[in-house]
Design a protein. Structure first.
Length: 238
């Protein structure tokens, strides 16, 4: 009997599983906070890095295409244009064909490109470029080069933005529709940064459909067809 009572009164061994040490829980909290802080810093600096890379790509000029322009090609282009105008004045149909060298030489002589103009700020409200935006961009263009391959045209444009030269490359198909110039973009990039296809198509469509810009895209009434064919610009006059 005594033995049984002593056993019942004997102090039990503490259960290791029930021993909660507050210090262990406290040690984990700083570790969790430190991990969150590290993740936040990583995300923030990653955002800065992406922004810097994007800016560097925007400011990095694309390599200009190797196009040739010469006085001889310019003279051939002028002669072809005069022949077409003479045929039109006599009420005859005519077709103008300019190869890449002739087209670039003709543009070099007739485009009013910016030289030392003051920096132009381009911007406007809304997604579609306004007439003022288009005019400002046009007046800030410093150089234009055109490549034609197959049925596609590639335009290389250097324009001035706040005193910095930036490049725009657009590739697509040229045409005429209901008396207006039509351009279907295939690819594009600003500097070395490619423009997403959906963004490019939306921007070009809104610019061409904008009432303020549409009149600038109107073709002469006697042009029935405009296209790139076998690496040449072809304009069919009716």
């Amino acid at each position: 009997m005594t033995t049984t009572s002593q056993r019942n009164l004997a102090p039990s061994e503490p259960d290791q599983n029930l021993n909660h040490n507050p210090a262990q829980k406290t040690d984990k909290e700083p570790e969790k906070i430190s991990s969150l802080r590290w993740a936040f810093r990583f995300l923030r600096w990653s955002t800065y890095l992406v922004a810097l890379v994007t800016l560097a790509l925007l400011l990095h000029k694309s390599t200009p295409p190797a196009v040739q322009a010469s006085p001889q090609a310019a003279a051939r282009a002028e002669e072809k244009v005069q022949q077409v105008e003479q045929a039109r004045s006599q009420g005859q149909k005519a077709t103008l064909r300019l190869d890449e060298s002739e087209l670039n030489s003709y543009l070099a002589n007739h485009l009013d490109l910016a030289k030392d103009n003051a920096p132009t700020a381009v911007g406007g409200e809304g997604d579609a470029p306004s007439a003022q935006d288009v005019e400002q961009m046009r007046s800030s263009v410093r150089d234009v080069k055109i490549q034609m391959e197959g049925d596609k045209v590639r335009a290389y444009v250097i324009f001035d933005v706040h005193g910095k030269d930036m490049t725009l490359v657009l590739e697509g198909k040229l045409g005429a529709e209901n008396g207006f110039l039509r351009f279907v973009p295939v690819s594009g990039q600003i500097g070395s940064l490619p423009i997403p296809q959906s963004t490019l198509e939306t921007a070009v469509r809104k610019m061409m459909e904008s009432p303020e810009n549409r009149e600038k895209l109107r073709l002469p009434g006697d042009i029935a067809e405009l296209k790139i064919e076998n690496g040449e610009l072809v304009a069919v006059y009716q």
